[in-house]
Design a protein around this ligand. Structure first.
Ligand code: MSP
Length: 556
């Protein structure tokens, strides 16, 4: 019987503003999406992972002017910075969308035209409070609540009266509410879902979707997509940006192939700052277009640094040079893996912010990587060399002396990790996989192979113990690859096993086809007698008393 085609899995990140350079927040969201995408590829899904840049903001025009370059030059320069940052962080996105690309602008105009045709976009009068720092309009109630200042930056709001195109958001209020109620997983985590439900109970008003073209900035002289049928308006940047999720996969004749099977997306991963756009405006836009809604909008919280919010005025952004300094300072060639591990396991995926504290980074590195998987791997490989000439011993008879059953721990954790990753709980998925190497340590402590090896005639028992350990470590390494592709790939190679490709799938050495997940995690993958290579320790211990690689802002 022909096997069923793998189920598509489409995951997106926000597309980032190009008025500035990338920092830890942007790389965090993209690293989390990357680890999930890698987990899904590993488990055999047909994955499409999208990130990119949002380029038509008015603030790009302002910052370009300050730099003495055109908006396009400024966008090009910063989009390249984002691409470099994500390449550095080993992100495996399948595409990088830039909203100034014709493949996107062309489709946005088509979507808007369709919505004009159905009456979902109409021309009206707008009187409102505009927050220039966030490029968004606030309702009278919200503006008043915040004393007519930006709730985010505290900058004065501007009162604007203008002819504008509106999106008939209010038409979809009931349908959206019903959808959110019927699909508890649609907005995650729970706290964010409740927040949206709370705001929705105040009712929805139609929202402006255009800005008037200022004199002297008509046509090509200006920045932004022109409203179809009206050269006097440009599409408001947020509306333009949200369409990226659809425009990238919506062209069956695209040069890079038909990606239409990927819609609707499984998950839009974002942070809480842009929840309203993603959980309310975007789904209603999709309803207006008669398109299915994404399965989940997952809004994580923020990274702060050493107890303080990161901001330009404090000069405490964890920027790319700082991230690189951390990667250089720990784990040598595997520094990026150590960084990714910290981001993924200590990050703000839930409803509370996470604090980047230097000491916490070092403690996490030592506990999980140096003393955890790194130590367990060298301990077991060294014993196999000492007692079995570097060859995998025979599994032999069941082992006495420990309540730990590594085979069942592996079976349970492997299935669990993929399910957790699919739900977005990437930190938990990885902790669960790391738990295998902790169990290996405990198993060695219980069964003391290093003592048994000294007793005449007990070598087969030592072999049985070490077989279980090396096999469990192999499975742990497979499951940790989505977080630490390089170091775990090297560990797997030392075990004589296939390593993941650049996207996190495991191609068969002979056929090139992906090795099925069930086979990768099946107990018994290590062949007795096969060689295991010694190597440098993967994660050398870090000195917790050493100075941080970059000074901590605000500390002398
Ligand atoms: N361009 C819009 C998004 C349009 S999506 C259709 C935008 N861009 S942004 O450059 O400001 O990026 C915001 C996103 O960056 C957040 O939603 C989050 O994913 C990430 N982060 C920015 N700062 C962050 C932290 N301090 N911590 C964690 N992630 C945060 O909004």
């Amino acid at each position: 019987m022909p096997s069923a085609a793998p189920e598509p899995y489409y995951i997106t990140t926000p597309i980032y503003y190009v008025n500035d350079r990338p920092h830890v927040g942007h790389t965090y969201t993209t690293i989390v999406a990357d680890a999930i995408a890698r987990f899904m590829r590993l488990s055999g899904r047909d994955v499409f992972f999208l990130t990119g840049t949002d380029e038509h903001a008015e603030k790009v025009v302002e910052s370009a002017a300050r730099q003495g370059v055109t908006p396009q030059q400024w966008a090009d320069r910063n989009a390249a910075e984002f691409q470099k940052a994500f390449a550095f962080a080993e992100c495996s996105h399948d595409d990088f969308i830039r909203t100034t690309e014709p493949r996107h602008t062309k489709r946005v105009r088509a979507y808007i035209s369709a919505m004009q045709g159905s009456g979902d976009i109409y021309l009206g009068d707008y009187v409102g409070w505009y927050d220039p720092s966030q490029e968004e309009y606030l309702t009278e109630t919200v503006a008043r609540e915040h004393d007519y200042k930006s709730p985010v930056t505290g900058r004065e709001l501007i009162k604007r009266v203008e002819k504008n195109y509106f999106f008939a958001l209010s038409r979809y209020q009931e349908r959206l509410l019903a959808h959110i109620k019927a699909n508890p997983g649609f907005i995650q985590p729970e706290a964010r879902r409740n927040e949206v439900l709370g705001r929705l109970s105040q009712g929805l008003s139609d929202v402006p979707v255009s800005r008037a073209v200022a004199p002297g900035t008509e046509g090509d002289a200006g920045w932004g997509i022109l409203m179809p049928g009206d050269e006097g308006h440009r599409v408001y940047v947020w509306i333009d940006a949200l369409f990226n999720y659809l425009s990238t996969v919506d062209d069956p004749e695209a040069a890079d192939g038909d990606r239409t099977r990927f819609w609707p997306a499984q998950v839009h991963l974002i942070a809480k700052d842009i929840l309203w756009f993603h959980a309310v405006i975007w789904p209603c836009m999709l309803m207006a277009l008669d398109r299915p809604l994404p399965k989940t909008v997952y809004a994580h919280s923020f990274w702060i640094r050493e107890g303080r919010k990161m901001s330009k005025s404090l000069g405490n952004f964890l920027d790319l040079p700082t991230i690189k300094a951390y990667c250089d300072a720990y784990a040598g060639a595997f520094g990026v893996d150590a960084w990714r591990w910290f981001m993924l396991t200590q990050g703000p995926l839930g409803a509370t912010d996470a604090d980047f504290v230097h000491d916490k980074f070092v403690d996490c590195y030592n506990a999980d990587l140096a003393n955890g998987i790194g130590n367990a791997a060298s301990r077991v490989i060294n014993m196999i060399h000492k007692y079995f000439d570097g060859r995998v011993p025979d599994p032999g008879a069941p082992v006495a002396g420990s309540a730990i059953d590594l085979e069942s721990i592996c079976a349970e954790r492997a299935g669990g990790a993929v399910a957790l990753a699919e739900r977005g709980s990437i930190g938990e998925a990885l902790r669960s996989a790391l738990g295998i190497s902790n169990a290996v340590d405990q198993f060695i402590n219980d069964t003391t192979p290093f003592k048994l090896a000294k007793v005449e005639g007990r070598l087969p028992e030592v072999g049985a113990i070490l077989y279980r350990c090396i096999e469990a470590l192999r499975i742990a390494a497979v499951l940790l690859c989505p977080a630490m592709p390089r170091s775990m790939g090297v560990l797997l190679q030392r075990l004589g096993q296939p390593a993941p490709d650049a996207k996190g799938a495991f191609p068969d050495a002979g056929t090139g086809a992906p090795i099925p997940f069930a086979r990768l995690i099946r107990w018994g993958g290590m062949a007795p007698g096969s060689p295991v290579a010694l190597g440098e320790g993967l994660f050398p211990r870090a000195d917790p008393t050493a100075a941080p690689p970059v000074p901590i802002p605000g500390e002398s």
